[in-house]
Design a protein around this ligand. Structure first.
Ligand SMILES: [Ca+2]
Ligand SMILES: [Ca+2]
Length: 422
C-alpha cells in the first residue's frame, strides 16, 4: 500500500533492467503485506518489490492447480434470475438510520433493470478502528442515485464486447514506450492471477501468490486454458479502469465515487462494521464471499466459493445491493488520497469527489507516475489473517492500468437534482 514504504529496501529505480512502469502494472493492488505487518507489529515496510524475469513464473504446468475445486455449494447459485429472498438487516442488529436529505425520495422512473434507488443522506465514511488508510472517520453527504444491484457480470460484459468490439487493456500488449526498459518477453497481454501456494508462505512477499500471467484476461480469468464456461453470472474481472469506464459510458451509466459507494454499501446502518451489521456471521450465517482459513495456502471454503461467486449469491444489504462486501473489489472514480489528507470541513463534506490525480501516485515508487483510483469492498481473497477488508470503510489504491482476478465494478445513474425535487 502506498504510504507504507520501506526504509531499507533498495529503490527499484536503481535497477536499470527493470521496466519503469512494470512494477505497477505487475504487482499493484495486491494485498499490502506491509499494511498488515504494520498493523500487527508497527514495522514500516513496503509491500512492493520490482519484478524481473525471474519473478515471473513460467506458465503451463504451474497453472495446473487452477482447476476448479468441486464445491459443495451451501447456497443456491445463479441468483440473477432466481434471487434469494431479501433479508431484513433490521433483524440482525439495532439500526441507527442514516439521516436522509431532501432528495431522498425515490424518483419514479427506474432507469435500468436491476438498479435500486440509494437515498441521499449524511453518513460516517471511513473508520478509526481498522487499517490506517480508513481513518479518520468523517461525515459525508451524498445525493441520491440509482445503483446496480449486482456487479457487472461476464454475460453483461460479453454483450458490451460483442456490440462494440472493445478490447480490454489486459488483452493488449503493453506499449514499450510506456514501459521503458521492459524486456520484450514481458510486453505481452497479461493480467494478474492469484495462485494458491500449497504450503504456508511468507506473507510479506505477495509474489508467493500473485502472478502476472500472459494470456489472462476477462475471457480467461485464471489464465490460458481457462474460460468463461459456467461463469456467465459471475462478476467480470481483469478489467482496468479504462475498461470499466468504457462499459459505463456505452451503457449510459456512470461509476460511483468512493463516498457514493460507501454510503450505498452501508445500507442505512450508521457506523456499522459490516454492510449487514456488527457481527461478521450473524446467527452463524455466512454473509459474503471472503476467505476462510489461513491465507493464502488454506481455503476452508466455508462460504462455498473458492473464486468468485455468481452475483446475488449472498443476502442483500439494507438498500437491496448484493455483494457490497467480498466477492470482487469494485472500482470507484475517486483518485486515491489518504482520508487524512483530503480536505474536510468541520461538518459534512457534500458529494466529495476524492483526491487529486497527482497525489494518487504511490509514494513508494515516486518516479512511476501511474495514478491510482480507490477500490472498495474487499474480495474472495480477503481473509481474517491477512486482509480484513470486507467492510464498507475499507479502501485500497489501485493503479488505473492494473487488472486482476478479484477486481470488478458496478455502475450508478445520477439524477439531476431538479428532477429529483419535482
Ligand atoms: Ca470464499
Ligand atoms: Ca464486492
Amino acid at each position: 500500500m502506498g504510504t507504507i514504504c520501506s526504509e531499507t529496501e533498495t529503490s527499484p529505480l536503481t535497477r536499470n533492467t527493470t521496466p519503469r512502469h512494470f512494477s505497477q502494472r505487475c504487482v499493484s493492488t495486491m494485498e499490502p503485506a506491509g499494511i498488515y505487518r504494520k498493523h500487527a507489529t508497527g514495522v514500516r515496510q513496503c509491500a512492493r518489490k520490482i519484478p524481473n524475469s525471474a519473478d515471473l513464473p513460467s506458465l503451463g504446468a504451474s497453472l495446473s492447480w487452477v482447476v476448479e475445486t468441486a464445491y459443495k455449494f451451501r447456497r443456491k447459485s445463479g441468483a440473477i434470475s432466481d434471487q434469494p429472498e431479501r433479508k431484513s438487516v433490521s433483524t440482525l442488529i439495532d439500526i441507527t438510520p442514516t439521516k436522509q436529505i431532501s432528495n431522498s425520495t425515490r424518483p419514479g422512473k427506474q432507469p435500468f433493470e436491476k438498479m435500486v434507488w440509494i437515498p441521499g443522506g449524511t453518513s460516517l465514511m471511513g473508520s478509526d478502528n481498522h487499517y490506517p488508510e480508513e481513518a479518520p472517520a468523517h461525515s459525508v453527504t451524498v445525493d441520491g442515485f440509482w445503483m446496480d444491484q449486482y456487479t457487472v457480470t461476464n454475460a453483461q460484459f460479453s454483450h458490451f464486447v460483442e456490440k462494440t468490439g472493445y478490447i480490454t487493456l489486459a488483452e493488449r500488449a503493453p506499449n514499450a514506450e510506456d514501459y521503458p526498459g521492459a524486456k520484450p518477453e514481458l510486453l505481452l497481454p497479461a493480467s494478474i492471477v492469484f495462485r494458491k501456494p500449497r504450503f504456508p508462505v511468507d506473507l510479506n512477499n505477495h509474489y508467493n501468490w500473485w502472478t502476472y500471467v500472459p494470456g489472462a484476461s476477462w475471457r480467461r480469468p485464471r489464465g490460458p486454458g481457462s474460460s468463461l464456461k459456467g461463469l456467465a453470472k459471475h462478476p467480470v474481472v481483469h478489467v482496468a479502469f479504462e475498461d470499466v469506464e468504457a462499459y459505463a459510458k456505452w451503457i449510459g451509466k456512470e461509476l460511483p465515487t468512493e463516498a457514493e459507494w460507501e454510503f450505498a454499501a452501508r445500507g442505512g446502518l450508521e457506523g456499522a462494521e459490516f454492510v449487514w451489521g456488527d457481527e461478521f456471521e450473524p446467527d452463524g450465517e455466512v454473509m459474503a464471499n471472503t476467505w476462510q482459513g489461513d491465507f493464502p495456502h488454506e481455503n476452508l471454503l466455508t462460504d462455498g466459493f473458492e473464486w468468485t461467486a455468481p452475483v446475488g449469491s449472498f443476502p442483500v444489504n439494507g438498500y437491496g445491493l448484493y455483494e457490497m462486501a467480498g466477492n470482487v473489489w469494485e472500482w470507484t472514480t475517486d483518485w486515491y488520497q489518504e482520508h487524512s489528507q483530503t480536505p474536510h470541513s468541520c461538518c459534512a463534506s457534500f458529494n466529495p469527489r476524492g483526491g487529486e490525480l497527482e497525489k494518487s501516485y504511490d509514494p513508494c515508487t515516486p518516479h512511476i507516475p501511474i495514478p491510482r483510483k480507490v477500490m472498495k469492498g474487499g474480495s474472495y481473497l480477503c481473509a481474517p489473517n491477512y486482509c480484513r477488508r470486507y467492510r464498507p470503510a475499507a479502501r485500497m489504491a489501485q493503479p488505473i492500468d492494473t487488472a486482476t482476478c478479484h477486481l470488478g465494478f458496478r455502475c450508478i445513474v445520477r439524477v439531476i437534482s431538479e428532477e429529483v425535487r419535482r
